[in-house]
Design a protein around this ligand. Sequence first.
Ligand code: ASP
Length: 325
Amino acid sequence: MTRRIPAVRILATGGTIAGAAPSPRDTSGYQAGALPVDALLAALPPMDDVRVDARQLFSLDSKDALPGFWQALAREAALALTDPAVDGVVLTHGTDTMEETAWFLHLTLAPAKPLVITGAMRPATATSADGPMNLLQAVQVAACPHAARQGVIAVLNGQIHHARHLRKAHTHRVDAFDSGEAGPVGFVQDGYAGWLSPPRRTTPRFAPETPLAPVDILFDYPGISAAMVDAALRGGARGLVWAGYGNGSVSGRIEPLLREAHGRGLAIVRASRTGAGRVGVPDPGGFPQAAGLDPYKARIALMLALGAGTPPAALQALFDTLSYE
Ligand code: ASP
């Protein structure tokens, strides 16, 4: 009996992986999303153990990705995942907001097949571009049936990160991504995907078409202007993630303004600007805490929660649960 060769569909959205610069020396002066996905495929070695087809969905610099882009991508990814001819899906994406997109997809999709996101730190035209190896390894992981048990994952620089912990932690190095204290869930080497973490949940928390409520993030800092909170309210925010000091503390001058804004209907969640650790001090005033979610991930969770009509009293339990995804 002949073994069926796995089929992987690449959905291209742009980013540095499809970036082009005038010179191979340029690693920062380039246009993201300039090259079509066929050019990315042409840089891959021949593969006889996986069949690949590709669709160009967007040609975007991910710094310009808006929430509507997450929803459109979730729809396209869901379509590809339900195609019986497809065994796994790879998304090529800019690195700047990859963590937001991956987290949104994690919260809204329950991929029963591998769903892998990848990108690159150097444009495709650079000497020693990292895109071709990242794409090759993403395809190899997407062809691995075990990858489906992890939910939404990212493959970058030989490491596999889960959407829950993925973060861009460096401005330019090819090892720019990590998973903070949690560490990567796996690695890929010469086509072998190794798993360092047990399987995870694959139930979506929200429907992909859930309306996304406008939510801002404000970072605390000594001397922060009181006008910031007001600006969020006047800008139409329904929610605010407060990236506070340390364990989510709020500048004393600002706290009454937050309480007042809360009284005027603004949902407020306390997170931390530190970049690691859980916000866990009980809040007598009753603002829910982001628990282990960083401000960016807490914001997306709050956008979905408010859009889905989650009652205020249920927010803390939601953040606690999402923390442990
Ligand atoms: N600005 C680019 C983007 O996010 C950066 C990258 O892909 O590395 O699309």
